[in-house]
Write a protein that binds this ligand. Structure first.
Ligand SMILES: [Zn+2]
Ligand SMILES: [Zn+2]
Length: 408
């Protein structure tokens, strides 16, 4: 057997559902190749699932660790697995060639509190991790020594790492993303990215296009064009709940985002999208000139009552409710749901401008983590219900996947 799932699971047996669908196909298409999934849970066992010839999955490894697992990182080349724990430690194991055994290697005292994310960098042999002690730390796996640490003002919740330039992206509970350059024993802050109004739930770094994607508890996703160096950001609003997992498919330029309500959105990033405007500040409606309620002088002068300030999502103008009673989607700016637009903008939006630039799917469980095996088009979602679902994503992410990879 060989389709392999590597999971940390609960005290009860996990239910594996081969809910292999997506888009139009309901057919299960799990191919017999090794397959790794990272699932994070607060419990104490690590399981490696193998797909047997019968088509059933069986745990080939069932390993109990000393403390609940909170993060996992697997390096398929070296078969090294790093488990972050609730007590702040990271434990390294080596998985056997046949995936039937896991050998303990070392324990690294990385954090004082729950490990939230781990990245293993084979080039430097560092394990880089974030934790609920507000620290980013990086440890040399050869010496077992802590190389450096950086403290944030909020819990660090997620992490991405650019191997080539040694830059780390750290998302935190305040909604801020910090870009740091890691050195042998020190680090420097390059910039902070502010745009979210809630804790960062997921980050995804694409080193080829040099794009960073962030998902947050404010239900939104932001694409940060780091490589473009002009501070260009695209807002993507298509979820009704906290965004908790992201994956960018380089080849087809599709972004997959998953939320706590089970919503899965596949965004077409291969179109010319527009930046959402900054919201303008004004003391009176920029359309009808009526004062907003805090503008006492104008209210006195014109003997009129102040109005509530709203903003047109398309032009960013400060506008009163009367001048912005219309709602529209505007997918090119990432507004897949109806948002407030001013009367002027509403008339400029044509029917074809309302064509959705994303597809919407239902995961039917609260998705806490997600991984995509791009070579097979398989997506795994791990729910807070402790269920692992495997999805065939080829109907969604296109046949171009198979052709693209076979030509390499
Ligand atoms: Zn007005
Ligand atoms: Zn407008």
């Amino acid at each position: 057997g060989s389709l392999m799932l590597c999971t940390c699971t609960g005290r009860w047996d996990p239910v594996l559902m081969f809910h292999l669908k997506g888009g139009t196909s309901d057919n299960a298409k799990v191919k017999n190749l090794p397959f790794i999934v990272s699932l994070i849970s607060l419990y104490r066992t690590i399981r490696v699932w193998l797909k047997r010839d019968s088509g059933q999955y069986w745990p080939s490894i069932f390993h109990t660790v000393s403390a609940p697992c909170s993060a996992i990182s697997y390096n398929s080349d070296s078969k090294r697995i790093f488990i972050g724990q609730d007590n702040g430690a990271i434990v390294e194991f080596l998985v056997a060639e046949d995936f039937n055994k896991m050998t303990y290697v070392k324990t690294y005292p990385a954090h004082q509190n729950r490990v939230s994310a781990i990245v293993f960098s084979p080039e430097t042999e560092w394990i880089i991790s974030t934790g609920h002690d507000k620290y980013l730390s990086w440890i040399c796996t050869r010496s077992g020594c802590l190389q450096g640490r950086h403290c944030f003002s909020a819990w660090a919740s997620c992490l991405q790492y650019d191997v080539e330039t040694q830059h780390a992206f750290v998302g935190d509970y305040s909604g801020q993303i910090t870009l740091l350059k890691l050195e042998q024993n020190t680090c420097s802050i390059i910039s902070t990215l502010k745009g979210h109004e809630g804790s960062i739930g997921a980050l995804w770094w694409d080193p080829i296009h040099r794009l960073l994607f962030s998902g947050a508890s404010d239900h939104s996703v932001i694409m940060w064009d780091i490589g473009g160096r002009k501070g260009r950001t695209l807002l993507l609003q298509g979820h009704h709940d906290k965004v908790q997992a992201l994956y960018y498919v380089q080849l087809t330029r599709q972004l997959i985002s998953c939320a706590a309500d089970g919503g899965i959105v596949v965004w077409n990033m291969d179109v010319q999208r527009e930046e959402a405007p900054q919201w303008q500040e004004s003391d009176s409606c920029q359309n009808c000139n009526q004062p907003f309620f805090w503008n006492l002088k104008q209210m006195w002068d014109t003997k009129s009552l102040g109005l509530r300030q709203h903003h047109c999502r398309k032009c960013g103008k400060a506008i009163c409710g009367k001048c912005s009673c219309k709602r529209s989607t505007y997918p090119i700016m990432g507004f897949e749901f109806q948002v407030r637009v001013c009367d002027d903008c509403f008339t400029t939006i044509k029917d074809e401008d309302r064509t959705s630039l994303a597809t919407f799917h239902e995961g039917k469980h609260s998705i806490a983590h997600m991984h995509l095996d791009i070579t097979r088009g398989l997506m795994v979602t791990c729910g807070s219900d402790r269920i692992v679902k495997i999805w065939d994503m080829t109907p969604v992410i296109g046949c171009s996947l198979a052709t693209g990879f076979s030509s390499h």
